[in-house]
Design a protein around this ligand. Sequence first.
Ligand code: R5P
Length: 274
Amino acid sequence: MKIVSGPASQNLAARVAKEMNCELVPCEFKCFPDGEVYTRVEGVEGEVTIIQSMGSDTDIVYLLQLIDACEDADRINVVIPYFRYARQDKRFKRGEPISAKTIARMIAGDRIYVINLHSRKVLDYFNAKVVELDAVPLLGRYISEKIDDPLLIAPDEGAAHLVEELEFDYEILSKTRISSEEVSIERKEIDVKGRNVVMVDDIVSTGGTMEKAAQMLREGGVKSIYVACIHGLFVGNAILRLFRAGIEEIFATDTIESSLSVVSVAPIITRGVK
Ligand code: R5P
């Protein structure tokens, strides 16, 4: 098998190639002056695994180009570490598109692998066979190695399954979204005094959710607060916002590559694809 790395997932693809003892295929990516992107893949044959995350809309175009460029392969696996638009998994208002469905239907391949989709409903939107991989145990291992007697906090109901899956103490908060940048968190009496708290969510985008939850926890006399997420989008000044809110450390996986990607999802991709 050969590994084809998209521009958004080069570290992760290299980790997977190393674990699987596979060749990384040479690829060329560039952007024309009008913003169109160009992709070229060399030596496509046999079975290929394309790894490309969707951190931006341009990343989606690169992924579609890569799939087309690999058309002559005998078998194509497509790994999408972060699947963009999964939060628009339904029509919230009349006249809206189901963006997740629009994107999912464009993805072709013999087998598609996604990691912790924001909404499992999206699995039904693919025309191709799709497998969802779970990065939560990897985050759990990191937490247990790093933090003494942690108390996990899910900042909203949507993140409840993440903390329920791990074998630590946990609490679930209730969140109301006011705008794309602002949320409110319902006050809850939790005994956090002297505890090492880890707030866990699937996505950190603007950091607004974690910032609000951190404010509440600090009032309860928490010892330290960590932020753990699978998909660290960290848009704008999210990181600054979180550290200003008194977060000790932020850790994310490499589904979206950044300096905070301390947990690699390479082992679950390797196991999944094999
Ligand atoms: C939404 O429900 C997700 O699970 C996250 O809670 C959300 O995307 C976080 O966004 P932000 O960091 O902008 O508050």
